[in-house]
Design a protein around this ligand. Sequence first.
Ligand code: TMP
Ligand code: ZN
Length: 414
Amino acid sequence: MNGRKQAPAPPACRLCAGPLHEWVDLGPQPVSNAFLRPEDVGRESIFRLAVGICADCTMVQQLEAMPTDSMFRADYPYRSRTSAGLRNHFEQVARWLHRDLLVRPGDLVVEIGSNDGVMLRTLAAAGVRHLGVDPSAGAAQAAAAAGVRVRVDFFDERSAQAIRAEEGAARVVFSANTISHVADIGTIFRGVDRLLAPDGVFVFEDRYVGDIVEHAYFDQIYDEHFYLFAVRSVAAMVARFGFDLVDVERIPIHGGSLRFTVVRPGAHERQPSVLKMIEDEARFGVAELDTYLRFGRQIDRIGGDLVALLTDLRDAGHRVVGYGATSKSATVTNYCGIGPDLVPFICDTTAEKQGRLSPGAHIPIRPHATFSDPYPDYALLFAWNHAEEIMAKERRFVEQGGRWILYVPHVHII
Ligand code: TMP
Ligand code: ZN
């Protein structure tokens, strides 16, 4: 012992055990989809929402994980079919899978996180053999009503093994906005390994950290988005689990996402898209700590500006209402300390969220009809990823003098 204090070791990357460099701390945060009944106030699970980047494999990830069974419960309220944009996108995905990949009679497609069947319903209607896997009984019920078969379960080695035994190998495993939610992501890849046919294809879509940084979409950081994917980091991750990233495509969903195509080594040729995007990422600094430290400072600024604006509007006697009780809004409201004093309620079309309080900030969620009864002076658009669809639908709000407040990439009024 030489009496000198040792600096604590940095936390370790969940994938490669390399050192994680923290670049933002968004403070204590709740489960972003845990909309609560008034009687449940005081019984929320809270965790520290901090994000780092691994110095070795470059994967951006949270430092503390909320347990998956706190996040994905039977009453998980999110429903993809509430958005016309998402309905349209997933119908296109289904048509593409059917045309290009599910070409042989009897080919099986399994979807991890099938939610309300927004994607599988099109394949089910076309008579394609399919199975959704989703831990939310409520979402599975909605999917079943659309003719989709669902196993109410988490996808992991155990359930994948059972599905393989019952249904045979899958030609396609698909997942959208799900696998990044699982800190122990190896369990997903080991499951896919058990389930996928030798020449099968694993396609997954998720938000792109390059778009998140470029447009300062800091509210895409919440408990469920444990990993924020880039092409370089995902290529390294899938290789670690014995797969090969053979194609990647940018898609406009949720402000900017990627569609990854992953196979067993040698099963399909790698497309030029993968290397090209890794080169683009190097130019943009997607793997650089400095990029994220800059982003962290930008988040600070946005938070300060938003609270200042909302405070000014309230003090001037203006009415502000939140629009879209998104998971993203949990990060914004709890990071900035925005409560019902600044935003008295949030309107949302999802029946499962109405009558509840927003997690952490406890802002009441009201049905969409309350938005126009009467219209507020300002609407704070938490569902900015559906801006086009929402603004088209709410033309009357603007016509009679209403204004939209957006906070990404900076606070502005339109
Ligand atoms: P998301 O950004 O995670 O997709 O969540 C969007 C939320 O906004 C979801 O709770 C549904 C709600 N919503 C509306 O209230 N009205 C709309 O027109 C749309 C598109 C979404
Ligand atoms: Zn790593």
